[in-house]
Design a protein around this ligand. Sequence first.
Ligand code: ADP
Length: 483
Amino acid sequence: MNIVFVASEATPFIKTGGLADVIGSLPKALQEEGNSVHVIIPKYKLIAEEFKQQMETVYRGNISLGWRQQYCGVDVLKQDGITYYFIDNEYYFGRDQIYGYSDAFDEAERFIFFSKAMLEVLPQLMDSPDILHLHDWQTAMVSIYMHAIYKQQAYYKNVKTVFTVHNLKYQGVFSRDLLGDVIELDRAYFHTEALEYHGCLNLMKGALLYSDVITTVSDTYTKEIQYPFFGEGLDGLLRKRQKELYGIVNGIDTASYNSNTDLALTTRFNDLKGKYENKIALQQKVGLPIKSVPMVAIISRLVEQKGLDLFIHIMDELLEDDIQVVILGTGEDKYQHLLSEIGSKHSDKVALQFFFDEGLSRQIYAAADLLLVPSLFEPCGLSQLIALRYGAVPVVRETGGLKDTIKPFNEVTKEGNGFSFTNYNAHDLLFTIRRALSFYNDKTMWEQIVANGRLEDFSWNQSAKKYNEIYEQLCPKQGTVTS
Ligand code: ADP
């Protein structure tokens, strides 16, 4: 099967969150299943020079976008057996940030360009693929354009689309003016049964309508988003497409997230003694007293979704205990201010790092005893899976992928890989942290909990097979009979 992944980020080139981890690792697992996978992402200015120097330009041309003619280049680079294509346009991607431009029209235009450019240039790059696998709102226009225009071309006639929702919260809702000015689609698309959404255009809604299959990144989230509370206004549409909607839990790149081999660590380890050396190194690095106390970490975008309101509410109370807290995150100023305000009262116990740093994140996973993920909702969540690989025990709220991946420790059966609570309640979080820490001083018990997590298989092996089944259903090989 020939599969083309289209996404807005991918490790090791560019990362702001879990999407990049997925795009950087799932293609390898799919290729091991016998597929051929190509990945297309924008060529951002922020991609490291070391990669840019290895790229080769394979296409130069122009793309029309409404009344605009925009340059479009394509660079190629092979990495770990996967071919990556980078869509190049200085005006759209030669910027200091990859998302979050305050002019929404401009933000939309950048990814509409990316989607259209990808569809225009693909025939120059390869024979017709079987599947276009699209990820999140930034690539939703691919599905819409396929439905409106490209399916009529011989090259795309038999190509199927799979759209994966990594987070339903971010839908790409923009002004209706885009339709004529940038997208160039018939006004019939501005309709409640099409892209119209409360007077605006909703790109993700279009992808949910027109893609052949929709997937999300865990089973529980797939169920949750069919209810109004989690459905972000699209639960009705998701219920309508229930038959084509699948939940496949994310895996992680277990070769990269490996405490025995991770070059970002001061000491690579496979036991608690080695882990302790990482704790000392981190305490030194972030300016905390060097001592043997439980370390609680958060590594997260600082947004409402991640349950920071719960943590902030109990932070003072938690810090009465003899513990240390390390937080690595970027996001809303509001959370940085609140965390800083409380953190400054406990400067001998709290280290706050408000920036994005892949190496430091790995050092924190390696040093911490608990990783908190008390999310309001969580499509899958990768940080709890990474934590398990580094012997940091997750404390999570039972929602979405957190519920599917973290099983509460049972002291009688000795089963379970973490600790969890049900209600979105600050003191439930506090009590769950304290319950987890009550096992910390019982060395045998703690070793058992950590070992349970480290032994589990959160690689892509199982989930890649499930994606494969979906692809095969969509494109049955000649001669095979499907029900
Ligand atoms: P989301 O995609 O919603 O942000 P996930 O848990 O799925 O959350 O993935 C987050 C990924 O980003 C993980 O790999 C995590 O380690 C990483 N991460 C989050 N914040 C930072 C940060 N400030 N610095 C480095 N890595 C981070």
